[in-house]
Structures are given as C-alpha cells and as structure tokens.
Design a protein around this ligand. Structure first.
Ligand code: NAI
Ligand code: MG
Length: 498
C-alpha cells in the first residue's frame, strides 16, 4: 500500500520535486515574499510539493493583471471565441483527466475510484459553460412612456472575479468558478485552498495551453487569512465567489463592504435525510450511508441528520452501520479503497473532537467512533464510517457541521413533525427523502427549506441544475442559468427616436 503511494507520488508528472509557482498575468512566478508552504498527502503525511505562498502583494498584482485583461483584448472576444477556448480546455482536461484526478487524490485524499467517477462531471461542466457562452442575451422590453423611446437590456460581464475555493473537490471547485467566468467574459483571480492547491495550478497550465489569454485566469495559492482576506477586501474586485465554511463566509461579507462588491456564497450545512418505513430498504440503506460517507463526509450537502421513521429505526440504523463497517478505508490511490483519509490533521482533530462530544452527549456509536490506528493508518488522518444512534435534536452532533464520515441518526413518527424538525437548523443546503409514497415526497419537497431536495437518491448534480443554499448555507446559485447571472450585470438602454 505505502509502496504504491510512494511510487505514484514520484512518477506523477506534475510532482517533479520543483516548487510550484503561482500564475499571474500569464507567467509562473514566485511569491513576492519568496515564501512557500508544503502541500501534504493526507494518506501518508508526506510532502507532495512546496507551493508559492501568496499574500496581499501577490493578490494586488494578480488583480491588476485581471483588470488589465478585462479592459484589454479579452473584452473584444466574441462569445463564439470564448466558447472555442472553453471547448479546447474541456478537451485538454479530458485528455489529462487521469493525472488531474490522481492529483486530487494525492493532495486531498479522496479515493481515486471516486475521482474517476467525477470525471464526467468535470468535463461536462466545461462543455456546459462553453454552450452557455453563446446563449447570453438581454431583452427588448416594451415601455409605456409617451413618445417613441426604445428600451432594451444588455448583459455584461461583472468584471474581475475573486474566487475562493475549498479543498474537498479541487478540480471541480476550480471549474465551477473558472467556467462561468470564461463563459460570461469576466477575468478571475482564483485562490485555491491551502490544504490542496495543486490541481488548480495544473488546471491553469491547461487553460494557458487552451489559449486563455494572459491575465484572464490568475491563480494565487496561499492561506485564507492572508491571500483570501486580501482578495475579499480588494477594492478593484467586482465579485467574490466563495465556497467554504459559514464562518469564513461571514468574514467575506464584511470584507466586501469596502467597495460593496457582489458576493455569492456556497456554505456548509447539516442536511436532513428522511427515511420512511415504506421506502425500498435495500437501496435506501446504501443511499443514506453514502449520502454521508462519500468523500469521508467532506461534502457540504452531506445528509448528516438521518431521520428514520420510528417503526424501522433500530433495524435501519443497524443496517447502515453494517454497511459502513464493510467499506474499505485506506489510501485512496488503491483502487479498492472506498473511503480515504480526512484532508488534514486539523480536520482530523475537529472530527475526532465531535466523536468525543457525541459520546459525552449520550449518543450510541453503532459503528466507528474513533480514529483508525495501526500500520498505515498512523501516517495519515483516517476516521472510519461512524453511525451515532439515540441522537436528540438539541445535541451538538445534530446541530453543527462535522465534515467527517459521521451520521447522527434520529427517530421520528409523523410527517409534519419531521418537516418541522428537519427545518430546525440554521442551514438549508441539501436534503433527502426516501419513500415509495408520491404524496409524501411532494409534501416534503415543498416543506423542506433547502436549496436541493433529493427523493430516492442523494447528491445528484448536473451542470444545468442550480445548486445552492437557503438560510445560513449561503446565497446565489452555482450551475444552471442562475449561476451565469451571478457573473453578469444588467444594463438598461433607452433610445429616444427623433
Ligand atoms: P474555510 O471556509 O476556512 O476555507 C475555505 C476557503 O476559504 C479556503 O480557500 C481558505 O483559504 C479560505 N479562507 C479562510 N479564511 C478566509 C478569510 N478570512 N478570508 C478569505 N478567505 C478565507 O474552511 P476550512 O478551514 O478549510 O474548514 C473548516 C470547516 O469548514 C470544515 O470542517 C467544514 O465544516 C467547513 N467547510 C465547508 C465546505 C463546503 O463545501 N461547504 C468546504 C470546506 C470547509
Ligand atoms: Mg494537500
């Protein structure tokens, strides 16, 4: 196992031992300060690469480059030309998808099987945005003013976009921000997460190869408190697109106040997943388990509050726990592994902290419940699939986002009751309903206050279908027409005829 990891580490074409530089104005440069930080493989603890550590000065340079590009030749590109460059980029990503997904696996731990499953999504997103590039248009609008005044709207790119992304899906997170920026004619400064910056850098190389002009995409790796904060506060950034924790989201809003830049926020959740006794048990067990255990629970919309109808509660929760115990946990480069490590020591401490809190609060661990130890596990940050039973709504493990493979299972009796309890959270990102009764499904789909409701499935995602939050899970939408609007301004034009 460890052998495999070392071999792949050494032979990954992007990991050549040289420090990774940042991309500003089409050039690969060191940080102004000369500083670097280590990017670590969370399965082994080994350093994958040293990465240029950007801070406020690098952000200033990158934003200046993005502004020049926005005002310069990029603004003259026709929609068809932006479409062509996005299609070329999609082709290059497709050509290099094995290396890109392996880089994600090495840098943040997700099993390669999962990353490979996501390849269609990554490439499909780019081709969707390519299609959208030639579909942006304003409207002509009849007005009721006296005389002859013609009125219409123009859709214009919002300008320089600051994108701040998390580490839980580096490739798709980068595409989710760069794609709409290129489609609409914006320029972008991307700040990848310090935990997993490598794939964004490799993706940016491919963007240059595809013919994206200098300054249109800039990538500045660095820490949130320095590089991220500088980007969020910068007076010449027109919009910040952020994905991450709600606490950082609040800081982004405060930082945006200086120039009242536009902000879109895709934040965390404590999503309810509701199982009725009439559901198809076989598919619901695996569905509810993987709604949380996928990516080791490091998914913003994970269905972590598992509400189960009381008459099947014990049996169902037991089966989910058994399902979790059978999942193979280990280094994600192994194609048999289903659950990889957590991304960092910090996340390990956070998640194991919640495991202790759960036990102290009186929840019953039916599986997992402790860090995995021994042999290869000691080198990385491994937590097994964990199911807590006897969870009450007021427990911390039922209220706060854990971001680990931890299910809090809660019994319920009645439909209206479970709607109320499902909504008794600060968040509103995802939600699941498992039932064969179509009227129950409709009532829940209407009753739940969340941006997505999945019925008899979980975590279905498509580039054309909007995704985002209610309440403290954020605002703005990603994917779909709604996302493009986040990157566009509307201008009204009035023309009085003689
Ligand atoms: P975070 O929200 O602090 O980090 C996400 C991104 O924001 C990173 O690029 C980071 O560098 C940047 N950032 C951090 N502080 C910033 C600031 N003051 N100004 C501008 N940018 C800043 O999340 P973190 O620390 O990685 O994880 C902590 C918890 O947040 C997790 O346990 C999880 O609960 C939640 N989270 C949720 C995610 C989601 O997809 N909704 C993704 C990552 C984390
Ligand atoms: Mg890393």
């Amino acid at each position: 196992m460890a052998m495999t990891a070392d071999r792949i580490h050494q032979t990954h074409p992007f990991l050549d031992g040289r420090p990774k530089r940042m991309l500003i104005d089409g050039k690969w440069v060191e940080a102004a300060s000369g500083k670097t930080f280590d990017s670590i493989n969370p399965a082994t603890g080994e350093v994958l690469a040293q990465v240029a550590e950007g801070d406020a000065e690098d952000i200033r340079r990158a934003v200046a480059a993005a502004r020049r590009a926005f005002d310069g030749s990029w603004s003259k590109w026709k929609p068809y030309e932006r479409q062509q460059v996005l299609l070329k980029l999609a082709d290059l990503v497709e050509q290099h998808i094995d290396d890109l997904t392996m880089l994600d696996t090495l840098d943040m731990g997700a099993p390669i099987t999962r990353m490979r499953g996501g390849r269609r999504r990554a490439i499909g997103m780019l081709r969707y945005y390519a299609g959208m590039a030639t579909s942006i248009h304003g409207e002509t609008i009849e007005n009721s003013l006296p005389g002859e005044i013609f009125s219409y709207t123009l859709k214009e790119p919002v300008g320089v976009v600051g994108a701040i992304i998390p580490w839980n899906g580096p490739l798709t997170a980068a595409i989710w921000k760069v794609g709409p920026a290129l489609a609409t004619g914006c320029t972008i400064v991307l700040k990848p997460a310090e935990e997993a910056p490598l794939t964004a850098l490799r993706f940016a190389e491919l963007a240059l190869e595809a013919g994206v002009p200098e300054g249109v995409i800039n990538v500045v790796p660095g820490y949130g408190e320095t590089a991220g904060a500088a980007l969020a506060a910068h007076m010449d950034v027109d919009k910040v697109a952020f994905t991450g924790s709600h606490l950082t989201g609040q800081k982004i809003i405060q930082a945006s106040a200086g120039n009242l830049k536009r902000v879109s926020l895709e934040l965390g959740g404590k999503s309810p997943d509701i199982v009725f006794a009439d559901a198809d048990m076989e598919s619901t067990v695996s569905g509810a388990a993987m709604a949380v255990f996928s990516n080791s629970g490091q998914i913003c919309s994970a269905g972590t509050r598992l509400f189960v109808e009381r008459k099947v509660y014990e049996e169902f929760v037991g089966r989910v726990a058994e399902f979790g115990k059978k999942l193979k946990v280990g280094n994600g480069v192994d194609p048999e592994v289903q659950i990889g490590p957590l991304v960092s020591e910090q996340q390990l401490d956070r998640v194991t902290g919640y495991l202790d809190i759960g036990k102290r609060e009186g929840a019953r661990a039916m599986s997992g419940g402790e860090r995995l130890k021994g042999a290869e596990y000691d080198r990385g940050y491994f937590v097994p699939p964990t199911v807590f039973a006897d969870v009450r709504d007021d427990m911390k493990i039922a209220q706060e986002e854990i971001f680990g493979p931890v299910i809090s299972a809660i019994p319920f009796t009645d439909l209206d009751e479970v709607i109320g309890r499902a909504n008794a959270t600060l968040f509103g990102l995802g939600s699941g309903v498992w039932t064969r009764d179509v009227s129950k499904a409709h009532r829940l789909a209407k009753g739940i206050r969340a941006g997505s409701v999945w019925v008899n499935c979980y975590q279905a995602m498509d580039p054309a279908v909007p995704f985002g939050g209610y309440k403290m899970s954020g605002y703005g939408r990603e994917s779909g027409l709604q996302q493009l609007e986040e990157y566009l301004n509307v201008k009204a034009v009035w023309i009085k005829t003689a």
